[in-house]
Design a protein around this ligand. Structure first.
Ligand code: 5AD
Ligand code: SF4
Length: 440
């Protein structure tokens, strides 16, 4: 029997793509192994969103340079594959297959060629209207599952490779999404996360549901599901109907990830984000006016070309206004083929680094304060596992906080995938700690 090893870099879409690719390989009789040296086929599913992520795959491939891979098969998939294409063969000649996500529908035939000794095989067309569906997806957890609702991105952000690496936006039919959700729920899965680069512009090709809010509502009615999450939202397309849907259905997670990238309208304009600071804050206002408490998280880029001290001060003031529950923040990284390369006003690396530290310290203080406000409350968690080292169970709240807990008197013994009510006793910047009250 053949064996494969797969390593995944990057976002949740990549994690889920690897579950699909792993399923395709398993259906061909491959068995997964946990180290590359045991594998006949080594697969890297790559990310090129920032330079650092891109370099990782080359450092992995470098390890095999001396022995040329010793007769193993190598496949490079994902965003670096799409971006670098055949250049990967020049840097690592033992790589046999390079394929971007918009061509995964062709993986079965490409794998057949690879197994038959084919080399320099490519799947690099982004000219597709299809999404990558497979009946074989191998999910890592029986309790929580990703479902792709759309692929690609047709926005035009000046810093971003995704429209090039994942191709144009295309939505999957609501019917197939709902069938997958029902099938997962029938098999005991209680939490689903709907995935897309810009879920708010979801547009059911069969017109059975209206917009993303229509899909959310329909998925959340699937019998057996207790939690439905979604990511990622683009502020431009984020409608109040999403907030109304969350308010109307307690199965929908009370958490919105709404990447802002900058608090300065001038920078947002240069980034081609298609909204102003004020328009973004209007959306935050809708979320805060909801009846349910809805957690808000974001992504932020510092040091975008032309970002002045005054622009950065606007970012800090936006963070003060919004009071995010969590944030991913990055130094701007120039990416091949993107419009931002042509912009002047490069911010020196040391300056970007200093801004990033300032931003992260501010955000950390906000998180400490917000989390402290939850001490004493009782939260429902999904149990994700047990941490031997700390002797705590690991739980996650509906609004996406980590809440580690010990067992309260008479609370019963939890199981991964189960639910518990936990009283919050302590709070840190990145997690909460507590004691279980009862199991649900
Ligand atoms: N440089 C830095 N950060 C980037 N992101 C996307 N492209 C870049 C880039 N060129 C960040 C954005 C996005 C997140 C997934 O990655 O904040 O929301
Ligand atoms: Fe990385 Fe973006 Fe590709 Fe995800 S879509 S793997 S974040 S480059």
């Amino acid at each position: 029997m053949r064996t494969f090893y797969i390593e995944t870099f990057g976002c949740q879409m990549n994690v889920h793509d690897s579950e699909k690719v792993g399923g395709v390989l398993a259906a061909r009789g491959y068995q997964e192994v946990d180290t590359p040296d045991k594998a006949d086929l080594i697969v890297y599913n790559t990310c090129s969103v920032r330079d650092k992520a891109e370099r990782k795959v080359y450092s992995r491939l470098q390890q095999f340079k001396r022995d040329g891979g010793q007769g193993r098969m190598f496949a490079v998939l994902g965003c670096v594959a799409q971006q670098e294409g055949e250049r990967i063969f020049d840097r690592a000649p033992y790589v046999g297959l390079v394929c971007g996500s918009a061509s995964y529908n062709h993986l079965p035939e490409l794998l057949t060629q690879l197994e038959n000794g084919g080399h320099r095989l490519t799947g690099l067309s982004t000219d597709t209207e299809e999404t990558f569906e497979t009946p074989y997806t191998r999910r890592s957890s029986p309790h929580r599952a990703y479902i792709t609702i759309m692929e690609g991105c047709s926005k035009d952000c000046a810093y971003c490779v995704v429209p090039f690496t994942r191709g144009p936006e295309r939505s999957r039919t609501a019917r197939s999404v709902l069938e997958e959700a029902a099938c997962l729920a029938d098999n005991g899965c209680t939490e689903i996360q709907l995935l897309g680069q810009n879920v708010n512009s979801y547009n059911d090709p069969s017109e059975a549901v209206s917009g993303f809010a229509g899909l959310l509502d329909a998925v959340a009615r699937t019998p057996g599901l207790r939690r439905v999450r979604f990511t990622t939202s683009h502020p431009r397309d984020f409608g109040k109907d999403i907030v109304d849907a969350i308010d109307a259905n307690p199965v929908l997670a009370n958490h919105v990830h709404l990447p802002v990238q900058s608090g300065s309208t001038r920078v947002l304009d240069r980034m081609r984000r298609q909204y102003t600071r004020e328009e973004y804050l209007e959306r935050i206002g809708w979320i805060k006016a909801a009846h349910r408490r809805i957690a808000i998280s974001t992504d932020m880029i510092v040091g975008f070309p032309g970002e002045t001290e005054a622009d950065f001060a606007e970012t800090l003031s936006l963070v003060d206004l919004v009071q995010y529950d969590s944030m991913f923040s990055f130094k701007y990284s120039p990416r091949p083929g993107t419009a931002a390369l042509a912009l002047d006003g490069q911010v020196p690396d040391a300056e970007s680094g200093a801004r990033l530290t300032t931003l992260q310290e501010k955000q950390r203080a906000i998180q400490v304060r917000r989390n402290a406000g939850l001490v004493g409350s009782i939260e429902e968690v999904m149990v994700e596992g047990y941490n031997q080292a700390t002797g705590q169970w690991i739980g996650r709240t509906l609004d996406n906080r980590v809440l580690n807990f010990i067992l309260g008197a008479g609370a019963g013994s939890p199981r991964p995938g189960g639910y518990a009510r936990v009283r919050v006793t302590r709070a840190g910047a990145n997690s909460l700690a507590g004691e279980s009250v009862d199991l649900l």
